[in-house]
Design a protein around this ligand. Structure first.
Ligand code: ATR
Length: 273
């Protein structure tokens, strides 16, 4: 029998998730259909109930519903509880729902396996302190970077985040307008700046010819963050397409018990660009 899954968001029309999961299903010979569902901003819970009523087995959740999905899930995995956000829901026969968050592991796998960047003992700066930053920090800390820094336009949000994650490891706050001379091995953009390509300055920070710049956002023709990194001479500047494929592979493996190969799917998407 064919199993059904969906990705729910708003907007959702340009989501690559249906393509990615359909390629995974073909590759692993799993009998499933994966569709994109647009939910009104105040109708997420209703939409999930509808999918459950129709016998769907699970769903991915994207902007702006990840925090709501966390609240809706009957139980959550440790990494979802840490992030307080959920991007993968599994629907069970008794009506209960398990929430998980595969974003952090998706980023770490893209960095370590695809980009061959070893996080351990590296100096990392995260720009942004919203939901996207919260999703990746617990998993990044597990990789034991030498130092993890965070900077955010609104300092209080950075302070709150550091406070919330205090039991997971040390996170150092850098003021947004501080002329900080610390050289970073990796700078991650977790703000929404490149999503809208806002014409705003990034914080002053030292990028060297050894630094990498990674944007959690993917698929932008022009990406203000990556262009900023390039203009300052960064060694490499890469968007979050690989993370998207890796987080999807982890979700697929949660649902189907089989981890698909990600390289062929990533190459397919890169060739399509
Ligand atoms: P998400 O869940 O995608 O992380 P969010 O919680 O709204 O979304 O967080 C957006 C992030 O982008 C925040 O770090 C935000 O900074 P503030 O906390 O100061 O709002 C950052 N951001 C958005 N627009 C920005 C801008 N024009 N300049 C600098 N930072 C910006």
């Amino acid at each position: 029998m064919t199993d059904h899954y969906a990705v729910i968001g708003n907007p959702i029309a340009h989501s690559l998730s249906p393509t990615i999961h359909t390629l995974f299903a073909t590759q692993t010979q799993q009998d499933l259909i994966y569709t994109a569902v647009l939910a009104d901003n105040n109708q997420f819970a209703m939409c999930i109930q509808h999918l459950q009523d129709q016998g769907f087995k699970g769903a991915n959740v994207t902007v702006p519903f990840k925090e709501e999905a966390f609240r809706l899930a009957t139980q959550c995995t440790e990494r979802a509880n840490q992030a307080k956000a959920v991007n993968t829901l599994s629907f069970h026969d008794d009506g209960s729902i398990t929430g998980d968050n595969t974003d952090g592991i998706g980023l770490v796998r893209d960095l370590t396996q695809n980009i061959k960047f070893n996080i351990t003992n590296k100096c990392i700066l995260i720009i942004g302190a919203g939901g996207a930053a919260r999703g990746i920090i617990p998993v990044l800390l597990k990789e034991q970077p030498a130092k993890l820094y965070i900077t955010n336009r609104t300092k209080q949000r950075a302070l709150d985040l550091v406070n919330d994650f205090a039991n997971l490891g040390e996170i150092n706050i850098v003021a947004w307008d501080e002329n900080n001379q610390q050289p970073y091995d990796l700078i991650i953009n977790a703000t929404s700046l490149s999503l809208h390509n806002d014409d705003t300055n990034f914080p002053i920070c030292r990028i060297t010819t050894d630094s990498g710049c990674y944007d959690l956002v993917y698929g932008k023709q022009h990406n203000v963050f990556l262009e900023w990194g390039k203009s300052l001479g960064a060694k490499w500047c890469i968007d979050g397409l690989g993370m998207l494929v890796e987080q999807a592979a982890e979700a697929f493996s949660i649902w189907r018990g089989i981890h698909p190969q990600t390289q062929p799917v990533l190459q397919y998407l890169l060739n399509r660009k």
